[in-house]
Design a protein. Structure first.
Length: 156
């Protein structure tokens, strides 16, 4: 078996969802919200994928400025392909696309928390997460921000 890696090769939301299910990451992602999943795939600006022939077996999906910070939002490897170095190679290839000062940042799945320290990440206890809608902004089905009536926003 030869795994082929690709940089920014488009994948469909269906391929992404299927891989998330096969990797267990689907348990922590909104795989039943089609619009959300399409947005996740279509709005990432760095996508590194692993393929066994025509089968998607791994993905590293990130958002980055390429110079200072890269948020690795999803790192998923098909369970049948885990423990073969695919996840680590996806991260190496992701990092190779970034500038020399760019930090790779992620939030570890509970079961994978110890893994990242073993491959060189530094644990940072200062991470904070704000759930969508928590500060009075919610997203409509058309992806338009709807603010509280007492707030006025001007786009310049």
């Amino acid at each position: 078996m030869t795994i082929q890696y690709q940089i920014n090769t488009p994948i469909s939301a269906d391929q992404f969802i299927d891989l998330l299910r096969r990797s267990t990451l689907g348990e922590r992602r909104p795989i039943d919200d089609r619009e959300c999943m399409e947005g996740m795939v279509n709005n990432s600006n760095l996508l590194v994928t692993a393929w066994d022939g025509g089968k998607l077996v791994g993905v590293a999906r990130s958002m980055t400025d390429f110079h200072y910070a890269c948020y690795l939002s999803d790192l998923a490897v098909d369970q049948d392909y885990q423990r073969q170095g695919i996840g680590k190679q996806l991260q190496i290839l992701t990092q190779q696309q970034l500038g020399r000062h760019c930090k790779l940042i992620l939030i570890a799945a509970p079961a994978a928390n110890a893994y990242y320290g073993r491959i060189g990440y530094t644990h940072m206890p200062r991470c904070w997460v704000l759930d969508g809608g928590s500060l009075g902004c919610r997203w409509s089905a058309r992806n338009e921000a709807t603010l509280r009536p007492s707030v006025s926003v001007t786009n310049g």
